[in-house]
Design a protein around this ligand. Structure first.
Ligand code: NAD
Ligand code: TYD
Length: 353
């Protein structure tokens, strides 16, 4: 329909992207949501099974690194807005394949920015929203109450965070140099349903279920600030609709956990849910060699988004984590499809003839 806005969401088949696509499809019937995703190992269209037939939803399989393809997509849909989540996201993989992270996170973001600049002759009503991470700020010290604010200088230390930092700089450069209407957010670690089981929480849920070792890096005192993915999607909604152009919003849960304490909590929840003897999951904990360049602590000061955009997390970590465990245990088919690789056949089955 001509009066509907066309919104491009990149990386919508991933963990956070699928929550954002679902939220926008349900909340904004006046938007056409175009989900562009390459379907790397992290992209899974089964994440969107419940909404894939919505009349305002279109899936486009494609690579943000392909300049001409991205230009043609802007021609095809004349996007009103872009919410850019597509990225390579796993720190451990960035240590073994840094170039892949430069390509997708830096060049891919550049291609989208450039296509928007070329295509948006009139920027009235347009917006390019870049979704980023708190890891660009580097590492905080353990046992200090310092927090990352929007003014914290960038100090990325892994190839993942260096590539994300570079993409953030390009987004701001396009705002300052070409007046491209942009907004950014930098969020802390997310947890919840549909997360690929290579990241700490779903990996450990899967391993506990299968009585496999739980590899804790280093001394286990590394600290992260965890946010429920549904709350991140809500934050993305308010930043997209009410954020001030050119600004950055930090998003976090005021919810710092040392890895080992989180793992103990997760083990105890899993024992209870699986009806196993108390303490059995903890026996699977195995301390292993540390990750190179492992950032000691991340913690977000989210007061700007709370004050300016009236957003705050909706749930406590204990409730969110228990809900997350329930989801994985109730969706063993999803987990099996992901761990076996079968999910990668879903696109061919569902989208090609
Ligand atoms: P994810 O790895 O689960 O999903 C990434 C998605 O991007 C996948 O669907 C993948 O197929 C797609 N993709 C990758 N390369 C692509 C390419 N070249 N072209 C098109 N699509 C491509 O990631 P996530 O955890 O959902 O993270 C989404 C975004 O949020 C990322 O930009 C990430 O940096 C940011 N972020 C993540 C977290 C977190 O805790 N997961 C926290 C803060 C910010
Ligand atoms: P991860 O989920 O990879 O997120 P990030 O590195 O982006 O913060 O890891 C979260 C924390 O858990 C981090 O300190 C590394 C640690 N970790 C382990 O101890 N063992 C593991 O197997 C994984 C995947 C992570």
């Amino acid at each position: 329909m001509a009066d509907k806005k066309n919104i491009l969401i990149t990386g919508g088949a991933g963990f956070i992207g699928s929550h954002v696509v679902r939220l926008f499809l349900n909340k904004y019937p006046n938007y056409n949501i175009i989900n562009l995703d390459k379907l790397t190992y992290a992209g899974n269209l089964m994440n969107l099974k419940d909404v894939e037939n919505a009349s305002n939803y279109t899936f486009e399989k494609g690579d943000i690194v392909d300049t001409n393809y991205i230009l043609s997509l802007f021609e095809k849909y004349d996007f009103d807005g872009v919410i850019h989540l597509a990225a390579e996201t796993h720190v451990d993989r960035s240590i073994t394949d840094p170039l892949g992270f430069v390509k997708t996170n830096v060049l891919g973001t550049f291609n989208l920015l450039n296509a928007a600049r070329i295509h948006w002759k009139n920027t009235e009503g347009k917006l390019f929203y870049h979704v980023s991470t708190d890891e660009v700020y580097g590492a905080l010290k353990l046992n200090e109450d310092t927090l990352f604010t929007e003014e914290t200088p960038y100090d990325p230390r892994s190839p993942y965070s260096a590539a994300k930092a570079s993409s953030d700089h390009f987004v701001r450069a396009y705002w300052h140099t070409y007046d491209l209407p942009v907004v950014l957010s930098n969020c802390s670690n997310n947890y919840g349903s549909y997360q690929f089981p290579e990241k700490l929480i779903p990996l450990f849920i899967n391993n506990i279920k299968n009585n496999k070792p739980l590899p804790v890096y280093g001394d286990g005192l590394y600290t992260r600030d965890w946010l429920w993915v549904v709350d991140h999607a809500r934050a993305i909604d308010v930043v997209y609709h009410n954020g001030k152009q050119g600004e950055t919003y930090n998003i976090g849960g005021h919810n710092e956990w040392k890895n080992i304490d989180l793992i103990y909590l997760l083990c105890d929840i899993m024992d209870e849910k699986l009806g196993r003897e108390v303490g059995s999951a903890r026996k699977l904990i195995t301390f292993v060699k540390d990750r190179p360049g492992h950032d000691r602590r991340y913690a977000i000061d989210a007061s700007k988004i709370e004050k300016d955009l009236d957003w705050k997390p909706s749930t406590t970590f204990e409730v969110g984590l228990a809900r997350t465990v329930d989801w994985y245990l109730e969706n063993l088919e999803w987990l099996d499809n992901v761990t076996s690789g079968a999910y990668q056949e879903y696109y061919e089955k569902q989208y090609t003839v």
